[in-house]
Design a protein around this ligand. Structure first.
Ligand SMILES: *Cc1c(COP(=O)(O)O)cnc(C)c1O
Length: 429
């Protein structure tokens, strides 16, 4: 890769290589100031195309782009395929999950759509955990189904026998449709219930059915990249809406995929064709965001713990859906094996129903009433009336999306100020 000079290790005085931590690598990996007039930070490369040093170089680069030589281009060609800002970002994003490679996209949804289209053919079946992000569920159920791609789902908290049953059902459906089990797609924790998927059990179930070649993808937007690294627990591809914690300032939309090169290669080919790559400007903004992602997530996680301790004890609060306060022993066991932090996005069940929840939301002064999560500012929303409004009532009941559920994403403000805000808003209920 053209820009890769700064490496992941340094030599210490006793000459043993020291593997650097992600928080260190976010400031330098993949960018050499010497190549850009000494600019400490990478310039934004606003160009649609790149000049080849020679015709032979142009041919070699196109062999990489078209897949004649697998693995993508080793040089810059045209901005629908690659660019310096995107390449630096991809190198840095991969670090967090210990992935061989990453690819960045114009949104979380364009990453997910490109992933599923690259992996599935007519007749194939996707087995997925439920619930998924609504647009992901819609893309599978309403768009991919138009191309003869089927799906089977299982509940997020399922144990290995339940997962095996869903996979067997998926394989049978695929056989009947003349396709194959093409992908296992997970999202953990699930939104808005925070139910965790046992990734290790999913991998064990897949292997027990002799389907080890079927990739497991997992949407890690809610806990990644800091608090959960699913590639270490048996997943093959990690999916991000970088719009959330990675971007972290509620000022951009982007997506990412990380995993082994063998999975990324066909996805990159389709991204080249469709042009779902992220633009240079947003890539640059994400480079800035990744420099502080550990700081921001750590602070918001600490804030959430303090806010939840306060809310849990409040007489107008029925209970919390917070990973720092799990009541189910199996969910706690998954948490202990898969997660290093409880996150900062959780549910509060207000005593009462929609009216009480709306009164609480309308009274908030610091927290803003908006969907999305993972930003520097605290956001609050009402899933039943907003993000999940179109979900049928029976499915809402099944998923535990009740009228008294308020969703909160805690930011990096002062924790005591936030508690004061929640206190005065609960008084209005
Ligand atoms: C927001 C979100 C997405 C979609 O990402 P966009 O960047 O909005 O396209 C996918 N999955 C989860 C879990 C999300 O929260």
């Amino acid at each position: 890769m053209v820009m890769m000079v700064t490496t992941e290790t340094i030599m210490t005085t006793d000459t043993t290589p020291r593997k650097l931590k992600p928080s260190t690598l976010m400031m330098g990996l993949g960018y050499d100031p010497k190549l850009s007039e000494g600019a400490l930070k990478p310039p934004i490369f606003l160009t649609s195309t790149f000049a080849f040093p020679s015709a032979a170089d142009g041919k070699r680069h196109f062999e990489g782009i078209t897949g004649k030589r697998p693995g993508g281009s080793d040089g810059l060609v045209y901005s629908r395929f690659n660019g310096p800002n995107q390449q630096i970002l991809e190198e840095r994003l991969a670090v967090w999950d210990g992935a061989e490679e990453s690819l960045v996209f114009s949104s979380g949804m364009s990453a997910i759509a490109t992933l599923l289209l690259a992996q599935c053919s007519q007749g194939d079946v996707i087995v997925h955990s439920g619930p998924l992000y609504a647009a992901t569920e819609g893309f599978i159920a309403r768009t991919l189904s138009r191309f003869g791609i089927g799906y089977v789902d299982f509940p997020a908290g399922a144990d290995q026998p339940e997962i095996e049953a869903a996979l067997a059902k998926g394989k049978a459906l695929a056989a009947a449709q003349g396709g194959k089990l093409a992908m296992i797609y997970l999202e953990s924790p699930a939104n808005p219930t925070n139910a965790l998927v046992d990734v290790e059990a999913v991998a064990a179930a897949r292997d027990a059915l002799g389907s080890s070649d079927v990739p497991i993808a997992i949407d890690n937007t809610f806990l990644g990249p800091l608090w959960q690294q699913p590639l270490y627990h048996g997943a093959d591809i990690v999916v991000y809406s970088l719009t959330k914690y990675a971007g972290g300032h509620s000022d951009l939309v982007a997506g990412g995929l990380s995993g082994a090169k063998r999975w990324m290669d066909p996805i990159r080919m389709l991204r080249n064709t469709m042009g779902t790559i992220l633009d240079p400007n947003t890539s640059w903004m994400l480079l800035r965001s990744l420099e502080t992602v550990e700081l921001r997530m750590t602070r918001s996680g600490e804030n959430a713990a303090k806010v939840c301790a306060y809310l849990k004890a409040h007489p107008k609060v029925e209970r919390l859906g917070y990973l720092g306060d799990i009541s189910d022993p199996r969910q706690q066991d998954i948490f202990n094996r898969h997660c290093s932090g409880a996150g900062s996005t959780f549910s509060v069940f207000i005593k009462g129903g929609e009216a009480e929840s709306f009164a609480f939301l309308d009274a908030l002064r610091i927290a803003k009433l908006a969907v999305s999560l993972g930003g520097t500012e605290t956001l609050a929303s009402h899933p039943a009336a907003m993000t999940h409004l179109s979900v049928p009532d029976e499915r809402k009941a099944l998923l535990g999306i009740t009228d008294n559920l308020v969703r909160i994403s805690v930011g990096i403000e002062d924790a005591d100020d936030l508690i004061a805000d929640f206190e005065q808003a609960l008084e209005q209920v």
